[in-house]
Design a protein around this ligand. Structure first.
Ligand SMILES: Nc1ncnc2c1ncn2[C@@H]1O[C@H](COP(=O)(O)OP(=O)(O)OP(=O)(O)O)[C@@H](O)[C@H]1O
Ligand SMILES: [Mg+2]
Length: 239
């Protein structure tokens, strides 16, 4: 990916296995977010191709990619601040069924099913005690949990999370890590995360980027021992 001649991401061959939690790490400015934007089609690569489930998705629009099951968390999780947790999740579920049109006049039974599904998702992200609270009153960490719930409402096969723990306190980090682990049991997750202990405990595989290129790849034990990785982190003041 080139920005006016500057190569932010150069020849990155990133392969994410179905069903794994894959972390993308590296010092600031390494190109992680650019990779993300390429995968979710917010950016069109100046060269190269992007494949998802053996399909070339390089030319597709973000909404088309999302429809294929590859979803970035903030992309669709428009959380309505003054609606309750349950209402937010219900709206997200309705969007899955009807695209962007809302269908308020639903038969009683359909509504009951929708409610049951919403409740299940709210429980799944640990927000049962907050179901009737307006989103705006949630702590930062719980707001992210609600975002994950509204993302899950779309039933994505693959989830992309850009720094899901950024700005969180310890307790929220632990709870969110647990949530990602649970969500990742039957889905594929690619996450960018600076918190290396979270990365160590969650990831099946890690790709380390530096200056737009892959520096190392493997499990945490392998990449954390790699002298080039240590060097890159020390050089950036991250270690
Ligand atoms: N739209 C843009 N125009 C010009 N340069 C850009 C643009 N987006 C990113 N860059 C540059 O590309 C490089 C990679 O940026 P990117 O945001 O992908 O890094 P990152 O690994 O996500 O960093 P961080 O850890 O700080 O989030 C940086 O040097 C950045 O300044
Ligand atoms: Mg970034």
């Amino acid at each position: 990916m080139e920005f006016k001649g500057f190569r932010a991401v150069n020849n990155v061959a990133l392969q994410v296995e179905r069903g794994t939690i894959h972390a993308l790490i590296g010092p600031n400015g390494a190109g992680k977010t650019t990779c993300f934007n390429l995968l979710t089609k917010f950016l069109i690569p100046t060269a190269g191709t992007i494949r998802y489930k053996d399909k070339d998705i390089t030319g597709l629009k973000p909404a088309d990619v999302a429809r294929l099951g590859l979803v970035r968390s903030f992309q669709i999780s428009a959380v309505f601040p003054h609606f309750t947790v349950m209402e937010n999740v219900r709206i997200a579920l309705q969007r899955r069924r009807h695209g962007d049109s809302f269908d308020f006049w639903r038969p009683e039974k359909a509504l009951r099913v929708l409610n049951a599904e919403a409740l299940e998702l709210v429980e799944a992200v640990g927000l049962s005690d907050y179901a009737e609270i307006p989103a705006v009153e949630l702590s930062y960490g719980r707001k992210r949990a609600l975002e994950i719930a509204t993302t899950l409402a779309l039933d994505p096969e693959m989830l992309l999370l850009d720094e899901p723990m950024a700005g969180m306190g310890h307790e929220d980090v632990d709870r969110t890590a647990e949530l990602i682990r649970r969500v990742g049991k039957d889905r594929t997750i690619l996450m960018v995360e600076h918190n290396l202990s979270v990365v160590a405990s969650l990831s099946d595989r890690i790709t380390v980027l530096a200056r737009g290129q892959v520096l190392a790849e493997g499990d945490y034990a392998t990449v954390s021992k790699d002298p080039r990785v240590v060097e890159a982190y020390i050089g950036s003041g991250h270690a």
